[in-house]
Design a protein around this ligand. Sequence first.
Ligand SMILES: [Zn+2]
Length: 144
Amino acid sequence: MPRPRLRRRIFNQPEITYFKPAGVPIAQLEQTILSFDEIEALRLKDYEGMDQSEAAKKMNVSQPTFHRLIVSARKKTADALVNGKSIRIQGGVFKMARPGLGRRAGGPPTKCICPVCKARVPKKRGIPCAQMKCPDCGAMMTRG
Ligand SMILES: [Zn+2]
């Protein structure tokens, strides 16, 4: 029997989950799939610049597990960039760190938060937070 996988904890679930090379029809594209826990590893380590032990702790996984996640995430991302593949973000075994941060059963988030200055603005219907600019500092918002 396979060992049950621990649920990884993630703090950010990207709103944009599909990236494709410009000018290539989807039917001709190969697709790379990144799981939400892989992209979270990438975000913590390579975007936020955390060290591995800190990032592993945040995600509630061992350092070897975190290492496997980040290696896999980098390899898939590199494969997509080098070979012109699309990237889809989906799946993975994880739970959101706090209720309200992720996709809620009750509907979309009602507020967007600026990751830079922490300003909160009401979410506009049909516009992802990631496409809204912070009214105070101009940074792109994240979901509240
Ligand atoms: Zn701001």
